[in-house]
Design a protein around this ligand. Structure first.
Ligand code: ZN
Length: 105
């Protein structure tokens, strides 16, 4: 398997807010993904939102405002981003591999 193709697939060149409800990520291999920001918030897999043992979702969607959006996005190492949300939540980490894989479905 050629390593370069693999890493290009999961390397973002640009992450930006696209309008009030979408986050756009441009990838090194030329693809672009768009994410609904509230869906991203609901897909948070941190220990607060998902039970570590059962994998059960502990986040009640009704507690997440309909206009929730990222306030700050920061890189976490070379493989992920952390998002600070307008509802005060900031412990979620989104790996580029997870983001790219989710967007391909
Ligand atoms: Zn979370």
């Amino acid at each position: 398997m050629p390593m370069s193709d693999e890493s290009e697939r999961y390397t973002p060149t640009e992450i930006r807010q696209h309008g009030p409800t979408q986050l756009a990520i441009a990838w090194l291999d030329g693809a672009e993904s768009r994410f609904d920001v509230r869906a991203l918030r609901l897909a948070c897999r941190c220990a607060h939102c998902v039970d570590e043992w059962s994998g059960e979702n502990r986040l009640d969607p009704t507690t997440v405002p309909s206009d929730v959006h990222p306030l700050r996005i920061q890189s976490v190492g070379r493989y992920a981003i952390g998002i600070e949300w307008s509802d005060g939540h900031s412990t979620g980490i989104y790996s580029f591999r997870q983001l790219r894989t989710d967007s391909d479905h």
